[in-house]
Ligand binder design. Structure first.
Ligand SMILES: [Zn+2]
Length: 338
């Protein structure tokens, strides 16, 4: 394989280094499919989906039987909410590798999702497109679109980040949401390149609809600033803090909870938590998110960008004149660690 030192860099997680080696090598051999594949892989790991898509398309152009590149291109396309490209590309891979179970089952899942979305109506806007099913969800889609438009500016200002590309928002019945996302039953919504919201009965409590929409929008905006690298407690902390002005539930949850969860246990997803534990994790994260906003002020956006470019939380805090130790000590004090 060409550029072994770039692959070694990918192996040890140094994606930026790998990307720069692949770029240099491509100057010398611009038609090498493996180099384009490597560049696409590195871009994907750096969270640059658009760059990944164009590199992987080129890899396939120079080697039309490049199944791995097709699989990766389909994943990158899915991440950017381009389900058509994801399905089309994976169909080509499946034709070349008919015995591959993983490809077949992924394709099956995406076809189900695609068939479901085909029935949906679309409310197209410049910054947002909202997909919803039937007239019953029309009123909800209007409300969701209005919340997104207004929050885009206020949250954008707080995080100093304004996503440029159109964000897709899909409104599901509660059952569709479970089927498509396989999210834990406690999840109120999800963001995976597009916002997915279960909206069965949503207008019965429009306040919580607004809250969930705002929460997922924060995730989308964070992803623009830091495509990778933000620990879950940063992500969920900011989303939970900024979703609404009412934070009274936090003290109630923390008072009732037996123990506390450490930040390191809240770095890699909450999906493994049961509903009660997840609630504590959200409460503790919200306290951290609030503290980040208070201490960093207008620098929250810069903080996120630093995480996105590979800095640790401690490095980013220090650079922005917030001593990490005092930050953590204050967080522990506020969540009530003795
Ligand atoms: Zn969240």
């Amino acid at each position: 394989m060409p550029a072994p030192e770039a692959w070694a860099a990918l192996e040890r997680g140094d994606h930026a280094k790998a990307a720069s080696i692949f770029r240099e090598e491509l100057d010398r051999s611009p038609r090498n499919a493996w180099l384009h594949f490597g560049a696409g892989y590195a871009a994907l790991r750096l969270g640059r989906s658009d760059a990944a898509i164009s590199s992987l398309k080129r890899a396939i152009e120079y080697n039309p039987r490049f199944v791995q590149a097709m699989v990766m291109l389909s994943q990158a396309a899915y991440q950017t909410a381009d389900l058509d490209l994801a399905v089309r590309t994976l169909e080509k891979a499946a034709a070349l590798a008919p015995g591959d179970r993983a490809i077949a089952s992924q394709l099956e899942g995406w076809r189900v999702e695609s068939a479901l979305h085909e029935r949906f109506d679309e409310r197209a806007g410049v910054r947002f497109r909202v997909l919803f099913e039937g007239p019953a969800e029309k009123a909800i889609s209007d409300r969701v679109a209005a919340v997104l438009e207004s929050k885009y500016w206020s949250i954008g200002k707080t995080l100093n980040t304004y996503p440029g590309e159109t964000l897709t928002v899909i409104l599901y019945s509660n059952q569709q949401f479970q089927d498509i996302t396989r999210a834990p039953a406690w999840a109120g919504g999800g963001y995976d390149g597009r916002i997915r919201l279960p909206v069965g009965g949503a207008l019965r409590s429009p306040k919580s609809l607004d809250r969930v929409v705002t929460h997922e929008l924060v995730h989308a905006i964070i992803r623009t600033a830091a495509p990778t690298g933000a620990p879950t407690w940063v992500n969920e902390g900011l989303a939970s803090y900024l979703e609404s002005a009412d934070h009274t539930w936090v003290a109630r949850v923390l008072r009732a909870a037996d123990g506390r969860i450490s930040l390191s246990d809240m770095a890699n997803g909450f999906d493994r938590f049961d509903a009660d534990t997840a609630l504590v994790a959200y409460a503790e994260s919200l306290v951290a998110g609030q503290l980040l906003c208070e201490r960093l002020g207008p620098n929250v956006g810069t903080f996120l960008q630093m995480l996105g470019s590979g800095h640790t939380v401690d490095q980013a805090l220090s650079t922005l004149n917030v001593p990490p130790e005092t930050f953590y000590a204050e967080w522990r004090r506020r969540i009530g660690v003795k």
